[in-house]
Design a protein around this ligand. Structure first.
Ligand code: GLC
Length: 716
């Protein structure tokens, strides 16, 4: 529909009809078949509110959606279709690795394909909008929602946010096989005090702009159609009623023109935050802050109309919000076809089909991070396993089909391939000597003793991460550690496979294992993907998108930290910024991950050492050589340090990465362009600018860069 007709439609609507376009009703208010992702009030919406609602959250299923939409259209005074919105975070029916695992792939093109595949399944099931990507930067592994993020680095998060939005939305016109993307949670939800979900966030504007805002801005630049407010308060003002965040930054600075939706009942929560007297007050604060849609609370539905008629709120504010909602419906083609992609036959054609499963398996393989792989006495590393060697598998995850997160709302355990299922399937086609041990007894002890390798599949339960799942201690469950200690006494050739939604304290696991593989929550094809890696059919290439702390007490720990005036550069130096009892360095750093082969990086060279003016580009390069015996992919990373700024600058920042696949003996020159733009930062006067001076560049395969790096200057 041409936009002019949208104006005419708006003009024909009553105030009540307009207000109800800004109301999002939980599926359970319609019928029991929906998925509620928050606590739903006892209080019911009126029949008019329901029959005129602008959108619904949590109702899926092609037949359900078509039936509900048809009824809605017939009863709506202007036959305006509803938007059907849902959290499609890392897959719909086919589940992909959690976003933290997808971040570990450092493979934006793959991440885009996963989002596209998820959108294909979701749109066939009637979904119009997904509440993803989550672009919150995370540095605190105690926070349960790190699993939904892509890590601690603004550059990587920005790239992954863009990739997901491209995958979900396709081009700027969102066709029937794609869905609108909602970047979230604006802003800085990933920095709650104490790592405790929903807690306050205290951040300097400098840190907010340097680290936390870039990925949301990237989402807007990539064309996301919605943004979601965050539950947290930021420096004393709840995000959902924060005109500075929502108008000055989001609308004016970032030029966001899409729909701003609250998080689940976040408008109503302004009362419990203590800045709204009641729901009427909350509705006023939120709408005046620019929040277009009220998700799942009654504030807008019950109070906006009266706020206008009593002269407190200008109707213009309502009209602007409603127009954005109508435009969203229009860009999705809902006025032409309210049923869009909802198609039961497409559901059965696409759900979990071979292509979807193959992609899930591919993404899972690339999400795994090999953290340790010791050389055994025969000068060979313990991994990869070979089929002829006798291997025992044990631990809580061997039989488990709980391979996806609490946010895989439409994923079903029965569709997931467990490790044991994958083993029996693999054995059908090749020589494979393994034994699955379900519990420890005398016979199993003998089996373990005689094994060439012991694969221990451990980790935290999937309900120990996700929303409202913060942990005060990121330890591996004690009963699993005692099993590890018992095993270690019997046979020390232990390979620990760690399932988790977050970085864990892996000190003892690493100490008592010859190999450690972080597999996150790998999704529907997790078992098959794991065997692909364990048996060498795929050489692991994943890199950590988030540091693994040495222990909980070290949190927050992240690679792009500041020097301080007393950096701890040498052990046992007095008066230094360090701990008495633990190291400063994480157990495993951002960007780190091993391979089954050995990559050698030459020293970094520069095309020239002085960047003359803003248009000049320095080319930094290395030669990467595969010194090992198997083909592998290395993720070559470029880090830059600004030696002096008007504010302190991080000791290094990721400014580029490239995936390089090399056969044994093969080598390749890898080049990075260093531009003046990438040297800019938020200077004290609020302007993004670079400054003349010295910089250091490293090209390496982890943030734990080796050597002094290479110096260059900027002379504008
Ligand atoms: C939840 C989450 C948000 C999600 C929304 C709808 O509370 O915070 O990420 O999109 O509600 O389910």
């Amino acid at each position: 529909m041409e936009e002019q007709k949208l104006y005419h439609l708006l003009e024909k609507m009553t105030l009540e009809e307009k207000v109800n376009q800004l109301v999002q009703i939980p599926a359970s208010a319609f019928e029991k078949s929906g998925v509620d992702t928050g606590d739903v009030e006892e209080r019911k919406y009126t029949q008019r509110q329901i029959s005129q609602a602008g959108s619904i959250i949590g109702m899926v299923g092609a037949e359900n959606v078509r039936r509900i939409q048809k009824h809605h259209m017939e009863n709506h005074p202007h036959h305006i279709p509803m938007l059907f919105m849902m959290d499609v975070i890392h897959g719909f029916r086919t589940i992909f690795p959690i976003p933290l695992g997808q971040g570990a792939s450092f493979h934006p093109e793959l991440v885009e394909r996963c989002a596209k595949a998820a959108a294909r399944e979701a749109s066939s099931s009637g979904v119009h909008v997904t509440f993803a990507p989550m672009s919150d930067l995370v540095r605190d592994a105690r926070w349960g929602r790190v699993m939904e993020a892509t890590g601690e680095d603004p550059y990587l998060n920005s790239i992954m946010t863009r990739a997901m939005i491209r995958g979900f939305q396709g081009g700027c016109d969102i066709d029937y096989q794609h869905v609108a993307a909602c970047t979230k949670h604006f802003a800085a939800y990933g920095a709650p005090q104490g790592g405790r979900d929903y807690n306050n966030v205290e951040l300097s504007e400098h840190s907010l702009r340097e680290y936390y805002l870039p990925a949301y801005k990237a989402g807007i630049q990539e064309g996301c159609k919605l943004m979601m407010t965050s539950f947290n308060s930021l420096n004393g003002v709840p995000a959902t009623a924060n005109p500075w965040l929502m108008k000055k930054i989001l609308r004016e600075e970032f030029e966001f023109e899409g729909v701003l939706i609250s998080d689940w009942r976040a408008i109503e929560e302004l009362i419990t935050h203590g800045i709204a007297e009641n729901e009427r007050d909350a509705a006023y604060l939120a709408i005046e802050s620019g929040v277009d849609i009220d998700m799942a609370s009654h504030c807008y539905a019950d109070h906006l109309e009266e706020l206008v008629t009593s002269g407190i709120l200008e109707e213009r504010v309502i009209d602007e919000a409603v127009f954005r909602v109508l435009k969203l419906k229009n860009v999705l083609g809902l006025f032409e076809n309210p049923y869009r992609g909802a198609d039961p036959s497409e559901e059965s054609r696409i759900f979990l089909n071979n292509n979807q499963r193959a992609l899930s398996r591919e993404a899972a393989r690339e999400s795994f991070v090999l953290l340790k792989n010791d050389i055994l006495e025969k000068k060979l590393p313990i991994l990869p396993l070979s089929g002829c060697r006798k291997t025992v598998f044990l631990g809580p995850y061997v039989e488990s089909q709980k391979l996806h997160s609490s946010w895989a709302l439409m994923g079903r355990e029965k569709d997931a391939v467990s490790i044991s299922q994958a083993l029996y399937e693999k054995k059908k086609g090749e020589e494979l000597h393994f034994h699955i041990i379900k519990n420890m007894n005398e016979n199993s002890v003998q089996e373990i003793r005689e094994a060439d390798a012991v694969v221990l599949c451990i980790g935290e339960d999937r309900m120990q991460s996700g929303e409202a799942a913060s942990r005060g201690d990121i330890c591996v469950p004690e009963q699993q550690l005692s099993l590890l200690r018992r095993l270690y006494e019997i046979n020390s050739n232990i390979i620990s496979v760690v399932f988790s939604g977050r970085p864990l304290d892996l000190r003892e696991v690493s100490e008592k294992s010859k190999a450690v593989l972080a597999v996150w929550l790998p999704g529907t094809e997790g078992g098959n993907a794991l065997l692909d890696v364990l048996y060498g059919n795929y050489n692991p290439s994943g890199k950590l998108p988030m540091s693994f702390p040495y222990c909980t007490g070290q949190i927050p720990v992240f690679y792009n930290h500041y020097s301080t005036g007393r950096p701890c550069l040498k052990e046992n130096t007095p008066y230094r910024s360090c701990y008495l009892d633990i190291p400063n360095a994480p157990l495993y750093p951002f960007g780190y991950g091993l391979s089954y082969t050995k990559f050698l990086l030459s020293p970094t060279t520069l095309s020239h050492a002085v960047m003359k003016g803003e248009k000049d580009i320095i080319t930094a390069s290395v030669i990467v050589k595969n010194e090992g015996h198997v083909t592998g992919t290395e993720i070559v990373q470029m880090y830059i340090r600004d030696r002096k700024g008007k504010t302190i600058r991080p000791v290094k920042e990721l400014k580029g990465f490239q995936r390089v696949q090399l056969a044994p003996g093969e080598e390749q020159i890898v080049e990075f362009a260093i531009t003046e733009e990438m040297l800019r930062y938020h200077s004290p006067d609020g302007v993004m600018r670079s400054e003349n001076g010295k910089f250091t560049v490293w090209i390496d395969n982890s943030s734990d860069t080796r050597g002094e790096g290479v110096e260059f200057c900027l002379e504008k």
